[in-house]
Design a binder for this molecule. Structure first.
Ligand code: ZN
Length: 152
């Protein structure tokens, strides 16, 4: 188990150092801002959703702690190419993973690499950091040009 924790740490550090899908997105048609005042994390999610409701591309901008940046990076990788319905389904699974007491071996396999955030449930303040990008993308996909705050 400690080897697994070590691996999780490595994935989070790697995505914080080299965030994937970071920057501007030409032709984006869904946006949302997210704010986690408790930690100071700020994020903007930009998406290009096509006529078939498939997330063709997704990028994020902003600044925050290692957990929020790594989570945003992994979130963009996870939802790119998925349908909006599938992306919202992943939001639900992620939210359940970090807020419930579901045992690790019962995690939905479709979470894949997102399972690295399983351990944040032990740190309530960090749950907000890890969830920020997911709440933000959820807002962007359900109500374009939305603003979310973890304080809400
Ligand atoms: Zn944070």
């Amino acid at each position: 188990m400690s080897d697994l924790r070590e691996l999780y740490q490595q994935v989070i550090l790697d995505h914080n150092r080299k965030p994937r899908n970071f920057g501007d997105l030409d032709g984006a048609n869904r946006f949302a801002h997210g704010d986690n005042p408790l930690c100071g994390d700020k994020i903007q999610v930009l998406l290009k959703v096509d006529g078939d409701n498939i997330v063709q591309d997704v990028k994020f901008k902003g600044s925050g702690c290692a957990i929020s940046t790594a989570s945003a990076s992994l979130m963009t990788e996870a939802i790119k190419g998925k349908t909006v319905v599938a992306a919202l389904g992943l939001f639900d699974l992620f939210h359940e993973m970090v807020t419930s007491d579901l045992p690790e071996h019962e995690l939905d396999p479709s979470l894949g690499k997102l399972g690295v955030f399983y351990g944040v449930r032990e740190f309530p303040v960090r749950v907000k950091c890890a969830s920020l990008s997911w709440h933000t993308v959820h807002a962007a996909l359900t109500d374009s040009d939305a603003v979310v705050s973890t304080e809400a």
